[in-house]
Design a protein around this ligand. Sequence first.
Ligand SMILES: Cc1ncc(COP(=O)(O)O)c(C=O)c1O
Length: 450
Amino acid sequence: MTAFPDIADHTVARSLELYQQAGELIPGWTQLISRRADQFAHGASPIYAQRAKGSRFIDVDENEYIDWVSAVGAIILGHADDVVNAAVKDQIDSGSLFSVNSPLEVELAAELNATIPSSQMVRYAKGGGEACALAARIARGVTGRDMILFCGYHGWHDWYQAANFGVDPESGDYPFAGIEPIGVPRALAGTVMPFLYGDLEMLAALLAEHAGEIAAIMMEPARSELPRPGYLEGVKRLAAEHDVILIFDEVSCGWRLAVGGVQEAVGVTPDMTVVAKAMSNGYPMGAVVGSREVMEPAKRMFISSSYWSDNIGLAASLTTIRELKRRNAPQRFKEIGEKLRRVLNQAIADAGLEGACTGLHTNPAVSLATPDGIDPRKVSTLFIQEMARRGVHTYMSFKATLAHTDEDIRLTGEAAAESLQVIQAGLRRGNLDALLIADLKKEPFRRLVG
Ligand SMILES: Cc1ncc(COP(=O)(O)O)c(C=O)c1O
């Protein structure tokens, strides 16, 4: 793609047709809430893709997009990376799953130990939520306690979704807004509680109130901003004082800031860490790693599944981690993030809008001020809609891969400048509704981590 497609020609008719069929065949339409059409500009955003390579994908209507969603962070080197794919293809020819164990299992464990500061022993899984459930099992098993304090999103499993039972349904304060704990056993109510990121007093009070009952603190150590100095150290100190296992969920924040994760970047080492998503660049893989002390007792626990150590995930993961190191990933992510922030801030300024692109360079996000009385979702939906029509697939936040080029950034800046001018004109004339060809975007579930 060198220039924008003709906006008048942009259609996602085939995507919409498939989505309609999916509604009849697949409850909830998609396997991942973040991939539902209502998370984007439904009616203008692509919903189904047919091919992806590098920083781009082609949807089923033959439109090409620069992809800033990157499979919700799971693609880190770029789509269909040649090096990872070569390793995977070799592995397929040698057998994707053996009756006995693969030496790759031992090799990847050693690689994780050499990469992630908290890693001395390793257990594998496939998805991030699954790996979080496994970490919760180990922490409960090691401590003999049931309660878990959390801060962030940790997947779909019962142990975590039970947090919604702690909230008055009328209050609208669900940690996972719009998602009710239907089907989650009520017996789990009170076994898991949220705490607010950055609030050490709240955490200390919860630990004191439930002294002797808490197995673990599970948290995303960072998301769109780095923690303020001393915060994670404070969490670690409190965990140690209460003999509670500290678990960092690095499923989303891991790998980009430093290959060893946020913990490497900020120098705070938890007892256990959960990783998944980007660790294998688009092939399913997840892991729980931790100190020998907390991980070794897992050998007596029922933790077992046939596909957890399939050779494809292991080969993809080993290759991805080595390529991240070889390609000097953290430095390149810094360059991409900073350049992207610069062009997006320029576009906001040029359009004369109030707002900014801020946040950590691994996850820059655009926020726009909306005048009183204007539903902010109209502005965010219009932004995503207009970007899609110009061949850029994004949320309000941007997740890069190493395949994103300076040209991708330049084109994204141009698309943003035009899209923001459309918004500016709509606000000025008071006709945002007339400009929207898409349904209003739904707010994603809240994560409690900024
Ligand atoms: C921090 C964090 N933990 C866990 C998960 C769940 O991972 P998965 O979707 O692979 O089950 C996610 C997914 O977005 C996540 O961001």
